[in-house]
Ligand binder design. Structure first.
Ligand code: FES
Length: 61
């Protein structure tokens, strides 16, 4: 699913970046997420909040 239409960033790419330990700021800087109209940022933040605990659990296992 496309998260950022302006910069063509999809949810898989976002999750892969989070799994590498990148912050939303890092992802914005590297991929341009949220640097266009900015309408995707609220949803991107929700994905980060949802994925971060899962990633932390996976890396601790
Ligand atoms: S949809 Fe992400 S900046 Fe416009």
């Amino acid at each position: 699913m496309i998260i950022c239409v302006c910069k063509n960033v999809n949810s898989r790419q976002l999750k892969e970046c989070l799994a590498k330990g990148m912050s939303l700021d890092d992802i914005s800087e590297q991929m341009g997420l949220g640097t266009g109209c900015g309408r995707c940022l609220e949803y991107a933040c929700r994905v980060v909040e949802k994925e971060a605990p899962l990633i932390a659990r996976e890396s601790a296992a």
